[in-house]
Each structure stands twice: as C-alpha cells, then as structure tokens.
Ligand binder design. Structure first.
Ligand code: TXA
Ligand code: MG
Length: 329
C-alpha cells in the first residue's frame, strides 16, 4: 500500500476534496478496507449529511479517521496503555479502536454514546487527504444503509449516482472488508467486529486475552439485521451440501449461484462464481462477488465459507450477516 505515487490528477482532486470537506460537503474516498463516505468530523451539519445520503439511522455512530495515532488524543479521554500498544502494532491500518470520547466528539458522530471509534487508515489517498485537511474525517462505508460495502470507486458511483460532491478513485481496496473493531472502553478489550487484523494478532500485541463483547456497546457493528446484504438471499452451505441444495432450489425455479467450492459436475459453470481459496484473497473479492451476484440477477447465493480461522473468521462473519434476517423481509 505504500509507495503509490499520486498522479497530477489526483493531486488536483485532493485539493478539491479538501475544499469540499471544509465547506461542509461529502467526499467519498478510498481506504485500504473499503471506500468511506467522509465529512469533516468537526462540522455537525456536514456529518448529518452522511446520514441523509446513506439513509442511516441517526443513532448509529460513525468512525473518526485521523492521520496519525497521536491525533486521537483530542478525541478521547483516559487513553489506556492497550490503545497505544494496538496503535503501534497496527496503525496505520485496518483497525478501529473504541475509546472514551472527549467533548470534541459530537453526539452526531458518536450516536450519543460516551465512546468514539477512531482509525488511522493506511491508504495513501486517505493519508494525503487527512494530511492536507489537517483535521479528522467522520466516515462510514460509502454504501446505502445495510447494503454491501464498496471496494471500488465504481461501486460508490453506483450506490450514490451524482448525489456526492466528489469520489476520489484510489483503485481496488486491498483488504476488502471493513476494519476490525476493538472496544477499549470497557474492563477488558473485546472485538466488536472481526476483520483483517485477527483476534489472535490483537491478543499477541496486547499480551493478554480478549474479553467477551462489552454489554455497554449496544450499537456495535452489524448488530442490526440486514447488514452487508446483497439483494440476493445468501445461504451458507458446507462444501458437501452445495450440489444437493443447488438441485433443490433449481428444481423449484429459483435462480441459484454457488460461491466457491470445487468445480462439480452437478453445478453448471454459469451457476458458479469462483472465489479464491486463500482467505486474504477471498476477503479482498467478497463484496465485488456479492455485487456480481446481484448484477447477474441471481436470487439465491449458496456461499461456501473458507475455514473459520484468521481472516476466514471475518469472512464467515460477513457471510452470516448477509445470510441473516432482513428488515421487513
Ligand atoms: O473499515 C472501516 O471501518 C470503514 C472505513 C471507511 O474506515 N468504515 C466503516 O464504517 O466500516 P461503518 O460506519 O460502515 O461501520 C462502523 C461501525 C458501525 O457499525 C458502528 O456501529 C461502529 O463501527 N461504531 C462506531 N463508533 C462506535 C462506538 N463508539 N461504539 C461502538 N461501535 C461503534
Ligand atoms: Mg458500513
């Protein structure tokens, strides 16, 4: 992710992005995880626009992105040593820390909670944007509420059309899944959302085991139904179940696609989407694959998850959420 040269066009777009953010507008920008829909985190009216654009409930907190670890100090009180350990180990990178908020973190940002989510992204465009802004960017993933997160600029364009002031195109996101969220506001650190940075890596960096999810974080990531969901219904199946389930649904007239697994004579090639077996590569492509399922008009996707270890745990989490009950459906 380092060493990406900013082209002349990107240089001009970054200046425009800063002007828009200062004027209280919205800018979509790339991070190494997914694209974010950003507003100046210190402008209440600007952050409100994010909720309107996404169709997101107002009590849902957004992550504050800062350029460097030391920038979290003005956003928080009582920073525990664990926060600096994780910052040293994983920032800049795909990790969000939940900490006690200072008065700088407005209710519109925290959803009224007494904590704030903070992240130092690694993507060079996000880094450069934060550096030129000299401030902080409040940003959720740049998708309509409850839908699949965007991992390309084109995904963002298709979600929002012309509703955004600017979309910075930084290419395909390398991680492809939203950041790992670690709650450091309770008695023991706890993972609220698995991601590319795994629980094992966090425990190793902390030198202590993680606790259970903190009950005082009721609005943590993805607790709501219908999160990370394509239009197609997602069903999680074991490799040996895929062919039989495919046959049953196809016989019932349902347009089914199988995600992953080995080629199988019982499943025609046009009803299979190949996904990488290696977990990091699978994660990077997951959301593009789910969008491709919708684009091709499939009604059901039978997903064979990778082994539930390392990044595989985060993929399994997103697939379970995509497969979970839908609001009102
Ligand atoms: O990788 C990412 O985290 C991306 C990029 C753009 O940084 N952002 C992202 O934001 O995924 P969003 O809003 O789609 O998901 C952030 C999650 C939300 O589900 C929210 O509930 C949780 O973080 N969150 C934010 N602040 C929180 C807080 N103070 N306490 C508990 N959960 C929090
Ligand atoms: Mg999101």
């Amino acid at each position: 992710m380092s060493g990406v040269k900013l082209t002349g066009m990107m240089d001009g777009q970054l200046n425009r992005a800063v002007d828009i953010l200062r004027a209280g507008g919205l800018v979509a920008f790339p991070t190494e995880t997914v694209y974010g829909l950003g507003a100046d985190a210190d402008q209440e009216a600007a952050v409100r626009k994010i909720f309107a654009a996404k169709g997101r409930p107002a009590d849902h907190p957004v992550i504050v992105h800062v350029q460097r670890a030391e920038n979290i100090q003005s956003w928080t009180i009582d920073i525990p040593p664990a926060a600096w350990k994780l910052a040293d180990a994983f920032w800049p990178g795909p990790l969000t820390l939940i900490l006690k908020r200072s008065s700088r973190a407005m209710d519109v940002v925290t959803g009224g909670l007494d904590t704030v989510g903070l992240r130092v992204p690694r993507h060079p465009v996000a880094q450069e944007l934060l550096s030129r802004l000299g401030g902080a960017i409040a940003a959720p993933s740049a998708n309509r509420f409850g839908r699949v997160s965007p991992t390309t600029a084109e995904h963002v364009r298709r979600e929002f059309g012309d509703a955004l002031d600017l979309i910075l195109d930084g290419g395909d996101c390398q991680v492809g899944l939203e950041s790992t969220i670690v709650d450091l506001s309770g008695p023991t650190p706890a993972v609220l959302r698995p991601g590319y940075v795994t629980a094992e890596q966090i425990e190793a960096a902390l030198g202590m085991p993680l606790g259970m999810e903190n009950e005082s974080s009721p609005r943590a990531a993805g607790r709501m139904t219908s999160h990370y969901a394509p239009r197609a219904k997602v069903e999680i199946v074991a490799p040996h179940e895929a062919a039989a389930r495919f046959a049953t649904l196809t016989a019932a007239g349902v347009r089914v696609v199988v995600l992953g697994g080995q080629p199988d004579a019982a499943i025609p090639e046009q009803s299979r989407i190949n996904v990488p077996t290696q977990a990091e590569a699978y994660a990077q492509q997951l959301y593009a694959v789910l969008r491709a399922v919708d684009d091709a008009g499939f009604q059901v996707a039978l997903a064979i998850p990778p082994p539930d270890e390392g990044v595989g745990a985060a993929i399994a989490d997103r697939l379970r959420k995509a497969a979970g009950p839908r609001d009102g459906a």
